[in-house]
Write a protein that binds this ligand. Structure first.
Ligand code: PLP
Length: 374
């Protein structure tokens, strides 16, 4: 099996599996219980918050755990509105967000909010000046993805936040950092942003666990009401074993993942694609600023056909985000590329155990696809 779909999800590290299993077996106390077993669980959560916070240069009190980035994003967006909707109704986002953001925006439009969607340039970058023109005094929220989950383009979040803060009177800036977290250095104080969403299963942690960074004094409303867990920001008994697994993955990520190796795989894939498929018009979609994602099209082969052929060789890649279940990529489309390129877009996403041999096998299988259409 050759797994080249790590932007969809990652294989949990063994250390993560171990800590989750151990905690479920022996550390099952409810963190809200006042007795010792409960207090032990609460201590583990606090230790885990420290690990996540350290990774992004935040303080532990600025981190809440959620059921994943979808919930983090929803909390950031609806929590901001819960606080600021009386003061304005203008929101800015981009056409290249994950569906967790785009579907939230769709719902907000139905509720009467005014939403501006910025188009990226052909490389998948958001123009800072274009963004600045849209920001108004009464803009209550900007939500801009940090690294595209389909093409790997990286936005200048620091600059975007700076121009936002100059013009808005009270708005919050949120970034979906799911695909940047652990892959690039993130320092939230330096970025100056208010809210940031991350997910466990994209960094070799468990599924169903994520975190939201809420900058100190950024007063948002909770999304979920109930008990007073996590400083009243997120009710419900915490997923202690998931939290521990997530923190373990983050703690050991740098020693387990070789970023130089990922960059060389990226270069090797592009080189071999060009070497073998130039005559079929292979092209790369967007700018792969973050090297674990490469998006390309061989116009002769439709994505859905390629996926089936590759799967028959036990090679797993994707055509768009896993959350879009086979629909064509709205992100590649947003780059302004013609339909035949969008129809044939494939996303390869690496992790540290992939090898050049995996790429050679992918190339061989793609050659079979091309021959099918000759
Ligand atoms: N944002 C991005 C960029 C993603 O890639 C994903 C996962 O596909 C999400 C948000 C949603 O994350 P989760 O699966 O943790 O809800």
């Amino acid at each position: 099996m050759i797994y080249l779909d790590n932007a969809s999800t990652t294989k949990p590290f063994l250390e993560v599996c171990d800590i989750v299993y151990e905690n479920m077996k022996v550390g099952f106390g409810n963190p809200s219980s006042v007795h010792k077993i409960g207090r032990n669980s609460l201590d583990l959560i606090l230790e885990s918050k420290k690990i996540i916070a350290k990774k992004i240069s935040a303080s532990p009190s600025e981190i809440i755990f959620t059921s994943g980035a979808t919930e983090s994003i929803n909390t950031a967006i609806f929590g901001t509105l819960g606080k600021l909707a009386k003061r304005g109704n203008h929101i800015i986002t981009t056409e290249i967000e994950h569906s967790a953001t785009l579907s939230s925006m769709h719902e907000l439009k139905l509720r009467g909010f005014e939403i501006d969607y910025i188009k990226p340039d052909i490389n998948g970058h958001i123009n800072v000046m274009e963004f600045e023109k849209l920001v108004r005094e009464d803009t209550i929220l900007a939500s801009i993805i940090m690294v595209s989950n389909e093409i790997g383009s990286l936005q200048n979040i620091k600059k975007l936040n700076e121009v936002f803060k100059k013009k808005t009177k009270f708005g919050f800036f949120h970034t979906d950092a799911v695909q940047g977290f652990c892959k690039i250095d993130i320092n939230v104080s330096d970025l100056g942003i208010d809210l940031m969403s991350v997910s466990g299963h994209k960094v070799h942690g468990p599924k169903g666990i994520g975190a939201l960074y809420i900058r100190e004094n950024t007063n948002i409303k909770p999304l979920i009401f109930g008990g007073s867990q996590q400083s009243d920001y997120r009710a419900g008994t915490e997923n202690v074993s998931g939290i521990l697994g997530f923190a373990k993955a983050v703690e050991i990520y740098d020693e387990k993942c070789d970023k130089t190796h990922i960059s060389s795989l990226n270069a090797y894939l592009k080189e071999t694609l060009v070497g073998n498929f130039s005559k079929y018009g292979v092209q790369f979609n967007g700018s792969d600023d973050v090297k674990n994602i490469v998006n390309f099209s061989i116009p002769k082969i439709k994505s859905e056909v390629a996926l089936r052929v590759l799967e028959s060789h036990e090679i797993y890649v994707s055509a768009s985000s896993a959350c879009n279940k086979g629909k064509l990529s709205h992100i590649v489309k947003a780059l302004g590329l013609p339909n035949h390129i969008v129809d044939s877009a494939l996303r390869v996403s690496f992790y540290t155990e992939n090898t050049t041999n995996d790429i050679d096998k992918l190339i061989d299988a793609l050659k079979i696809c091309v021959q099918m259409f000759e």
